[in-house]
Write a protein that binds this ligand. Structure first.
Ligand SMILES: Nc1ncnc2c1ncn2[C@@H]1O[C@H](COP(=O)(O)OP(=O)(O)OP(=O)(O)O)[C@@H](O)[C@H]1O
Ligand SMILES: [Mg+2]
Length: 260
């Protein structure tokens, strides 16, 4: 199992743009492009065909490709991630919170895939936003604040994720006094920012579930350091509008490391 920091780019602040591209935008020698890519990039005639651009590969072997105005997210069966979880949640979020619109999904010989409409926005860890951290941090905090303000009484009650687990080795969980809809992977790359520097959307919502907002805040603040360097957590909590809660920060970081 890859540790959580590695999955999300812990060495980014010190990494160059080239290192970043090699790590997150280049397949490993033993990886092949998602088999479904061929079908999806051929639109009809040869002149219509699209050249796919790999925008993200995760350390579990998942791939995200841009195909003009669509994004293909593909996950090998071996990664143990069920994209149907994310599809259900994206469909529920439609009209409630900015997130990709699902256009299609399926299985290919070695994995599962989902096709979404391209949002006109860039990840908070693009080369540009990594060199403009203050605006990026503000947008990430704003997005979480908006997500956490959503009414969720009509969300499917069976949705669960690591945020609601209570492994005995972590001791008693701090009380959840004000539950919210938790993103479940509040790392910086999962916020998209528009051209004006404002929060545009959240992606990667397969672990969306009701729980403690600190599950997102603790992980979100930790990932800022990996992507922008140290010292951004104060601004993050301030823009979100909360005082740091050290007991919950410690608990949910430990839970994330052990369960996500
Ligand atoms: N519909 C979309 N519009 C614009 N960008 C998108 C869209 N879907 C995905 N992306 C981009 O692709 C990236 C990867 O998508 P996503 O986070 O869902 O993949 P992942 O492999 O689950 O990521 P992680 O490494 O965090 O597990 C996002 O950070 C975002 O930049
Ligand atoms: Mg992601």
């Amino acid at each position: 199992m890859v540790n959580a920091e590695d999955r999300h780019g812990s060495d980014a602040p010190g990494g160059t743009v080239d290192e970043w591209a090699r790590r997150f935008q280049t397949l490993k020698p033993d990886e092949v492009p998602a088999p479904i890519l061929d079908d999806l990039s051929r639109k009809g005639t040869t002149s219509d065909s699209v050249v796919p651009e790999l925008v993200w590969r995760n350390e579990l072997g998942g791939q995200t490709w841009r195909l003009a105005d669509r994004y293909l997210k593909w996950s090998p069966h071996a990664a143990g991630i069920d994209l149907r979880r994310e599809i259900q949640r994206l469909r529920w979020l439609e009209g409630r919170h900015p997130a990709p619109l699902v256009l299609g999904s399926g299985d290919d010989s070695v994995g599962q895939w989902m096709l979404t409409a391209a949002l006109d926005a860039d990840t908070a860890v693009s080369d540009f936003w990594r060199s403009h951290p203050e605006q990026a941090v503000r947008a990430i905090a704003e997005g979480l604040r908006r997500l956490h303000a959503l009414p969720f009484t009509d969300a499917p009650s069976h949705w669960e994720s690591w945020v609601s687990r209570t492994p005995p080795e972590l001791g008693p969980r701090p009380s959840v006094t004000n539950p919210v809809l938790v993103h479940g992977d509040a790392c910086s790359p999962n916020t998209l920012i528009d051209a004006d520097g404002r929060f545009a959307a959240n992606v990667d919502v397969g672990d969306l579930a009701v729980g403690d907002r600190w599950a997102d805040l603790a992980v979100g603040a930790m990932s800022l350091e990996w992507n922008y360097g140290a010292g951004w957590d104060g601004l993050f909590y301030e823009v979100y509008g909360v005082e740091p809660d050290s007991a919950r920060i410690v608990y949910y970081r430990a839970l994330w490391s052990s369960e996500s």
